[in-house]
Write a protein that binds this ligand. Structure first.
Ligand code: HEC
Length: 217
């Protein structure tokens, strides 16, 4: 009798597992029907599910933490430079996520000026900055002594919807540059100082030197 009962439960369990596996396979086939690409945008259902799982997985006492740092202009200015240097590559200086990298990630870097981000608690933003978001392009930034920086970044994220033009200009100067951009800037500066006869223009070899330099020197 007991044996039969056990057999019955096993069969039910197996059936549930089989249905679950089939449903997952169908969902994956549907989600990836156009081929796997980080260029696609997650469906609404996927985005909502991912957000809920993220919220559910965050310890509630972390979510309830309040920002221990005063929102002084000094703290925000410090975080602004930090953001321009470390975060703007994906999130853009204005937090819109409109950068080449931010648009190419799956899921994409969100527009952090919108309520979806602004309605998160200070504790949630802090947790995300410190721990990153698994299975996404968002890295974890925690390291020894980083807590203060992260709380300041939380203040700066609150500022994003009302950043001034002046603030954006200051950030542009702090954005990391690739070697090509540095060379262009140096050329421009040399030209403005009058050290260079030729105008900064297109380069013709991989080293970034201009033809007249290569020939005469
Ligand atoms: C390499 C790209 C990349 C960098 C660099 C990066 N992020 Fe992110 N970030 C992302 C992506 C992608 C998401 C969205 C992940 C998701 O939706 O699951 C994200 C999400 C977030 C969120 C959650 C927003 C929301 O509404 O869900 C916060 C807050 C955040 N990032 C802050 C920062 C800060 C502060 C920095 C710099 C210290 C930073 N990020 C650097 C890619 C990046």
């Amino acid at each position: 009798m007991l044996k039969m009962k056990l057999k019955g439960s096993c069969a039910i369990l197996l059936a549930i597992l089989a249905v679950g596996a089939l449903a997952s396979a169908l969902a994956m086939a549907y989600a990836f029907r156009g081929g796997l690409s980080a260029r696609s945008t997650p469906s609404r259902l996927e985005a909502v599910l991912a957000r809920h799982v993220r919220q559910w997985a965050m310890p509630s006492h972390e979510r309830a933490r309040s920002n221990p740092i005063r929102a002084s202009e000094e703290a925000i200015a410090e975080a602004r430079s930090h953001f321009a240097d470390h975060c703007a590559l994906c999130h853009a200086n204005d937090g819109s996520g409109e950068t080449k990298t931010g648009r190419s990630l799956y899921p994409r870097a969100p527009d952090m000026r919108l309520p979806a981000t602004q309605d998160l608690s200070d504790g949630e933003l802090f947790w995300i900055i410190e721990n990153g978001i698994p299975l996404s392009g968002m890295p974890a930034w925690s390291e020894l002594g980083s807590e203060q920086e992260s709380w300041k970044l939380v203040h700066f994220i609150r500022r994003l919807p009302k950043l001034s033009r002046q603030e954006l200009l200051e950030m542009e100067a702090l954005n990391p540059r690739g070697p090509e951009e540095w060379r262009e800037r140096e050329d421009e500066e040399r030209f403005l100082r009058g050290d260079d006869q030729a105008e900064p223009g297109p380069r013709d070899d991989d080293q970034g030197r201009r033809l007249d330099h290569t020939i005469h020197h």
